[in-house]
Design a protein around this ligand. Structure first.
Ligand SMILES: [Fe+2]
Ligand SMILES: [Fe+2]
Length: 186
């Protein structure tokens, strides 16, 4: 698997997580019942797997390599991706605040959770489609096989540093367990 294929495989996991989040939110809208434990698990996936790990690989390894190969950063496609990562972070933060507000019984908490979850899901789906269909295609065109191999090694280091050994597999196991639960609602 090349470094780009690895990122694309992670996108598949992110799609799965967004679909689970959508189902948690749909259930919440229908019944006003929030599965807090499930939302906490999916939130951790977005904060650690998606933001720290996946976006970390893109921001510290892939995008700099693409810029070095002549793709425009600020003001170009990479700048747009960075901006969308920031927007995503603020929605995840909003979601986290919503969860904390829910725990202390604030009245607006559910609306806050629903709004941030929906916005985040919409943003991330569009973001991933742009990366898969445009940005990663550019990367595959401009990056050499040697550079790709070097990136794979850097990704491994990020995983070890950011999420620690075995955590990646744990995240996948959690996602699959949640998917089994929420399939009934889809
Ligand atoms: Fe990205
Ligand atoms: Fe991505």
């Amino acid at each position: 698997m090349t470094a780009i294929e690895e990122l694309k495989a992670e996108h598949q996991a992110v799609f799965m997580a967004i679909s689970i989040l959508d189902q948690i939110i749909s259930k919440l809208e229908v019944s006003q019942a929030l599965e807090l434990r499930h939302l906490d698990q999916i939130l951790e996936f977005f904060q650690v797997f998606v933001d720290k790990c996946h976006h970390g690989k893109e921001e510290t390894v892939l995008f700099p390599a693409m810029e070095e190969a002549g793709i425009q950063g600020e003001g170009g496609p990479i700048g747009v991706m960075l901006y969308e990562h920031e927007r995503g972070r603020s929605f995840v933060q909003g979601l986290q605040i919503g969860v904390e507000d829910y725990r202390v019984g604030k009245v607006d908490a559910l609306a806050e959770i629903i709004e941030n979850a929906r916005n985040y899901g919409r943003l991330l789906v569009a973001h991933i489609e742009k990366e898969n269909n445009v940005l990663y295609v550019m990367a595959e065109r401009v990056l050499s096989a040697d550079k790709m191999a070097e990136m794979t090694k850097s990704f491994l280091r990020i995983e070890e540093l950011v999420i620690g050994p075995n955590k990646h597999e744990e995240f996948h196991a959690t996602l699959h367990a949640l998917q089994d639960i929420y399939q009934a609602y889809s």
